[in-house]
Design a protein around this ligand. Structure first.
Ligand code: HEM
Length: 437
């Protein structure tokens, strides 16, 4: 038995104090895989991270405590039903489907810049979340989005309450107030969605959105049951705007801190059509530097910086023995700061993603959207939303942080890597403001 090394003075107490710092120390001092507590391992570099995420039988993803399966006589969805639902959602979320709706995504996303009141310090995350929620929910449900949007926002609130750190960790079966609130919101969302599903099915007008794709029978699996559709969509709905808003917070902060990069994006965005609805996938492809910047921010600050898996049996990982039942924490954050994969890994260098010899080529090395059978379903949608949002915002505004010695935000790692409290100021770009001149 060759067990992964222990990090000296690394334990849950140290982990709770500063999880990012301990993760980095673990990767620096112990290497690929290290041990935090008995039965809790951290996969710290790209190779083992990718291996854990791909070996879904040995390292299954535990069920999400956030949106547990709806109750039905037959129990939770079977693995076949889950696979069917994922395949159906993916038909609506794959890159070609996103490309076909880029004008709609752009005209929703540009509202962020429209709504940002210039020349004063504004708290960013609530504003960006509100705009991206509209874009995401519309992407899933098209003209039925206005009915579902208020319920989707409440699902988000329920999720926030649920992941807030508490003094006690109650066993999963205890109906804490946060869990009861979550269940009420999940049921309310489902009750609003059910008549929409029934109306679309009975009228035969299924729609071309993600819900429409889920209602179409597939040649492999046949028709998806109403119950599975209702079960799977609350989580997917929140996913369309929750993580993208966190990512947007980091991106806007980087625009404020790197004015030359922001100028370069503003110049690129000048080529976009004045009417955002006329944006096409060709326009999006032309935003090469903007996309590189988004990717660089997502590398440095992956919002889902730590993914959880459980070992289903005793197995090997990077020459170490991992016991059955142990927890494996997959850490994209440290994998992305490995100098062997990304030269000068702590530096913000969007250029590394442009088509040059330094560009990181190995796909598994960029883990912001995960990899393997549970990788992110919405990666193409997220990249489209974030690229357009970044381009339009940088084109219209010069961003800055509030003056003063203290940053106007906190970094949280508990519910994802995020910048709650982030305040920024937008000044309308004038002619003399570019650093590129
Ligand atoms: C910047 C934005 C986003 C980031 C960083 C992100 C990140 C991730 C990651 C890392 C995973 C894998 C989790 C794991 O393996 O445990 C994941 C899964 C998922 N993502 Fe995203 N995501 C983003 C946006 C979106 C969007 C826009 C959607 C829209 C539908 C979405 C839907 C999902 C779903 C449904 C899963 C679960 C897949 C499964 O378990 O099979 N995500 N995401």
């Amino acid at each position: 038995m060759n067990e992964p090394p222990w990090l000296p003075e690394g334990n849950f107490a140290a982990w709770s104090r500063d999880r990012l710092a301990l993760a980095r120390r673990g990767a620096d001092e112990c290497g690929d895989v290290w041990q935090l507590e008995p039965g809790v391992y951290v996969a710290a570099t790209a190779g083992p991270c990718e291996e854990v995420l791909h070996r879904a039988h040995d390292f299954p993803k535990p069920p999400s405590p956030l949106f547990p399966p709806l109750k039905r006589a037959g129990g939770a969805p079977t693995p076949e039903e889950r696979a069917h639902a994922r395949a159906a959602r993916m038909r609506g979320l794959r890159p070609q489907a996103v490309s076909a709706r880029i004008g709609e995504i752009a005209s929703g996303t540009v509202r962020f810049a429209d709504q940002w009141p210039p020349s004063r310090d504004v708290e960013i995350l609530p504003l960006v979340r509100s705009v991206l929620a509209e874009v995401g929910v519309r992407y899933l449900f098209s003209e039925d989005a206005p009915i579902l949007l208020p319920f989707a926002r409440q699902l988000f609130v329920a999720r926030e309450v649920l992941v807030r750190p508490t003094r006690w960790v109650w066993p999963g079966w205890v109906p804490t107030p946060a869990r009861r609130f979550r269940t009420r919101q999940q049921v309310a969302f489902t009750n609003a969605l059910r008549p929409i599903v029934r109306r679309r099915r009975s009228s035969g007008r299924l729609g071309d959105d993600v819900l429409g794709q889920m209602l179409r029978p597939s040649s492999r699996y046949g028709a998806l049951s109403e119950w599975v559709i209702l079960d799977t969509l609350p989580g997917t709905t929140v996913a369309t705007f929750e993580t993208p808003s966190r990512a947007a917070g980091w991106i806007l902060l980087c625009l404020a801190r790197h004015p030359r990069a922001a100028d370069r994006i503003a110049a690129e965005a000048a080529l976009l059509p004045a009417d955002a609805a006329a944006t096409t996938s060709t326009h999006l492809e032309s935003l090469q530097y903007t996309r590189a910047l988004v990717r660089e921010v997502l590398r440095l600050h992956p919002p889902s910086w730590l993914l959880t898996r459980r070992a289903s049996r005793q197995t090997q990982l990077a020459d170490y023995t991992i016991d059955a039942g142990s927890t494996v924490l997959v850490c994209p954050y440290t994998a992305h700061r490995d100098a062997r994969e990304y030269p000068q890994p702590d530096q913000f260098r969007p250029e590394r993603w442009l088509d040059d010899p330094c560009s990181p080529a190995k796909p598994g090395v960029f883990l912001t959207f995960g990899t393997g059978p549970h990788s992110c379903e919405g990666a193409a949608l997220a990249m489209a939303m974030l690229t357009v949002l970044t381009a339009h915002t940088a084109h219209r505004y010069h961003l800055s942080e509030p003056p003063g010695p203290e940053p106007g935000y906190r970094v949280t790692t508990f519910e994802g890597l995020a910048t709650p409290g982030l305040h920024l100021r937008a000044t309308v770009r004038g002619r003399g403001q570019s650093c590129l001149r």
